[in-house]
Design a protein around this ligand. Structure first.
Ligand SMILES: NC(=O)c1ccc[n+]([C@@H]2O[C@H](COP(=O)([O-])OP(=O)(O)OC[C@H]3O[C@@H](n4cnc5c(N)ncnc54)[C@H](O)[C@@H]3O)[C@@H](O)[C@H]2O)c1
Length: 328
């Protein structure tokens, strides 16, 4: 398969591209580098352009004889989406629509979509299953859910085939150590804690330690980016015309903020000062995925589920690249 990866110069996309190549397919990266990194593209074919640029996108789909698209390109900061919903509905939803129409134009009918746990909003019952109510609490989650609705309609009307993967908290890095997480601003817990270990931040904030959880801090489901990437290759193989398959991708196990910090201390040997701060509005105590459907439908078996493995791989990247890709 020739696989076009939108957002392939980003954190997750660069890992998925390597998984696609390792499985014998040919990745083509399509990214406007608004958040991504040229170095992360590696030696793969690269088109530097916006997904909303219909002419360039259609030409890329045709020129590279693309069979399947993996659509990772998006803005992905929930907090920013509350301040600037226009950016999110434009770049995630409207651009998603433009992509589907460019695919129709170029006769490409298979797509794997990067969705998110944020489509669920606040769920009481854990673990979260795909059939649980969809009630996003921020424009980011809503902008992604709109795309899922479009996928359903396009599958039915145009016989296209889709797999929508709802990621939980993606973390870690390729064990080879040459690609990893470099977001600006960084909002994810593990890189923030590791930046304290590197002396780039004074301390890490723990937003609330009075939740109804085992140690009072919030629990999240961390999934290794390489396990997540493998699921994309399986998903691409599982696409069926006229159908939308939706699968959560998580570890099945939650880790608390205290556990993450303790594991980072153990792996790095650094002290890592932490300070308790007030709860953040909209932060649910616990978010853990059921990934039973991904196991059943995609035959997906995550291999790197231990928190220490995830942190060790992330640390290898951050220690080797304290300034990330160094291109900002
Ligand atoms: N990181 C996570 O924990 C997480 C969790 C759930 C879902 N996701 C989803 O995974 C995807 C990838 O996330 P990431 O963490 O790798 O983010 P990232 O910012 O590192 O990567 C996104 C990439 O998309 C590119 N991009 C954005 N808009 C574009 C456009 N209009 N045209 C072309 N390129 C564009 C950016 O330049 C960047 O390289 C996103 O869709 C995100 O919503 C991420």
């Amino acid at each position: 398969m020739n696989v076009l990866l939108t957002g392939g110069a980003g954190y997750i996309g660069s890992h998925v591209a390597r998984a696609v190549a390792a499985s014998g397919h040919t990745p083509v990266i399509y990214d406007n580098l608004s958040k991504g990194h040229r170095t992360a593209v590696g030696g793969f074919a690269f088109v530097e352009a916006d997904v909303g640029d219909a002419g360039t996108l259609t030409a890329a789909l045709r020129d590279h004889a693309i069979d399947t698209v993996i659509h990772l390109a998006a803005l992905a900061e929930a907090g920013e989406s509350v301040e600037h919903p226009d950016r999110y509905f434009r770049n995630n939803t409207a651009v998603g629509l433009a992509l589907l129409d460019a695919m129709r134009c170029a006769d490409v009918s298979r797509l794997v979509f990067s969705s998110t746990a944020a489509v669920y909003g606040n769920v009481d019952r854990m673990p979260i299953r795909e059939g649980d109510p969809l009630a996003p609490i921020n424009p980011y989650g809503a902008s992604k859910l709109c795309v899922e609705f479009m996928l359903r309609a396009y599958a039915k009307a145009y016989d296209m085939g889709f797999v929508s993967l709802r990621y939980f908290n993606v973390a870690g890095a390729d064990p080879a150590g040459d690609i990893g997480e470099d977001h600006d601003p960084e909002t994810h817990l593990i890189p923030l804690v590791l930046q304290v270990a590197l002396g780039q931040r004074e301390q890490v904030a723990i937003y609330g330690d009075d939740y109804d959880t085992s140690d009072g801090t919030c629990i999240r489901d961390y999934i290794h980016v390489c396990d997540l990437s493998d699921a994309h290759v399986l998903a691409a193989d599982a696409i069926e015309p006229g159908r939308v398959k939706v699968c959560n991708l998580g570890n099945g196990e939650g880790f608390s903020v205290h556990q993450v910090i303790a594991t980072c201390r153990k792996v790095t040997g650094a002290n890592i000062p932490a300070e308790v701060a007030p709860r953040r509005p909209g932060d649910p105590p616990r978010l853990v995925a059921s990934s039973v459907r991904a196991a059943d439908e995609l035959a997906w078996r995550p291999q790197r589920t231990h928190l220490e493995t995830i942190v060790t791989d992330a640390w290898r990247w951050h220690r080797g690249h304290p300034d990330g890709y160094g291109d900002r």
